[in-house]
Write a protein that binds this ligand. Structure first.
Ligand SMILES: [Zn+2]
Length: 258
C-alpha cells in the first residue's frame, strides 16, 4: 500500500476540493472520492471497513491528478477490501447484536421504564428492551449504546489515569473506522463507541493502552510493561479485536458523537 514518500509540497494548497470519480473494477463501476490533504505524506487509498467507501487522499494538486491512476494500480487490493465489507446489521426490533461481548436480541418493552434497558431471562437469553414506536427503535438503541459507551469509557479512562497518576486533557467518543482508541500529543484520548459491543476485557485493554500513552508516548518495552501491569494479558484482547473488527463495524452506520 505504501509508496516511497514524495517530497512534501511547500506551496499552500487552496481549499481542499473533493472530487468523485468512478473506477472500473472487474467491469463494475466503483465510486471513488478524491480528497486533497496537504498534511498527507503521499497518495494513499482507503476503503472504509464498514461502508466500503473508497477514498484516495492526495498531498498536493499535482498528485491529485495521478490519484485515479494510483487507485487503478491498487484495484486488486480495493476489490479484496470491498469483498470483506460486511452486510450492515440494522438495530431494529428482532435483530441480534453484541453488547459487552454477549449476543442480545432487541425486543419491544412496555413503556414506563427508561427508553432502553437490558434484561436477562431465566433461560439465559439476553434482551435489549426498547419502547416507543418501532420505527424509532434503531435510533434509540444506537443512542443507548453510545451513551453507555461514553459513560463506561470515561469512567475506565479516569480509573486508569488515577492508577498511573496521569491526567488526560479530554476524552472523546466517536466512530473511528481504523482505530479503536488514540492518544494525541496534546493528551486527548479518543475511543470508538463500538468498544461497548466487545467483551469487557477488550474495552479495558484499549482504554489502558491509550491511558498508558500519557506516561509512555511510544510502543517500547516500558510501555508494554505498563499496559500489562494494568490489564495483564494483552495478546488476547488484541487477537479478539483483529478477529472481530469487521463484526463490530456491521452495526449501524458511521456517525460522529462528541
Ligand atoms: Zn498505542
Amino acid at each position: 500500500m505504501r509508496r516511497p514518500a514524495a517530497p512534501r509540497a511547500r506551496r499552500k494548497a487552496a481549499a481542499a476540493p473533493v472530487q468523485r470519480k468512478l473506477l472500473k473494477i472487474d467491469g463494475e463501476p466503483v465510486p471513488v472520492t478524491l480528497k486533497l490533504n496537504p498534511r498527507a505524506r503521499q497518495l494513499i487509498v482507503r476503503v472504509h471497513p464498514s461502508t466500503g467507501e473508497v477514498t484516495v487522499v492526495a498531498p498536493s494538486r499535482r498528485s491529485l491528478a495521478h490519484a485515479m491512476e494510483f487507485a487503478r494500480k491498487q484495484s486488486d487490493w480495493i476489490a479484496q477490501k470491498l469483498e470483506n465489507v460486511p452486510e450492515p446489521v440494522p438495530l431494529g426490533l428482532g435483530r441480534r447484536i453484541l453488547y459487552r461481548g454477549e449476543s442480545h436480541v432487541i425486543r419491544y418493552g412496555e413503556p414506563g421504564r427508561r427508553p432502553v434497558w437490558i434484561e436477562r431471562c431465566e433461560d439465559g437469553e439476553r434482551i435489549i428492551r426498547v419502547n416507543g414506536r418501532s420505527e424509532h427503535a434503531a435510533r434509540r438503541v444506537l443512542d443507548f449504546l453510545k451513551r453507555e459507551a461514553r459513560r463506561l469509557l470515561d469512567a475506565r479512562a479516569m480509573y486508569y489515569a488515577e492508577v498511573l497518576g496521569v491526567k488526560p486533557s479530554r476524552i472523546t467518543v466517536r466512530d473511528t473506522s481504523s482505530r479503536w482508541g488514540s492518544c494525541s500529543s496534546t493528551r486527548n484520548l479518543s475511543f470508538s463507541w463500538r468498544l461497548i459491543l466487545a467483551p469487557p476485557f477488550v474495552l479495558e485493554y484499549v482504554v489502558a493502552h491509550e491511558v498508558a500513552h500519557l506516561r509512555e508516548m511510544n510502543h517500547g518495552p516500558r510501555f508494554w510493561r505498563l499496559v500489562a501491569e494494568l490489564v495483564g494479558n494483552v495478546e488476547r484482547p488484541q487477537a479478539w479485536l483483529n478477529e472481530h473488527a469487521a463484526l463490530l463495524h456491521r452495526y449501524a452506520p458511521k456517525t460522529v458523537m462528541e
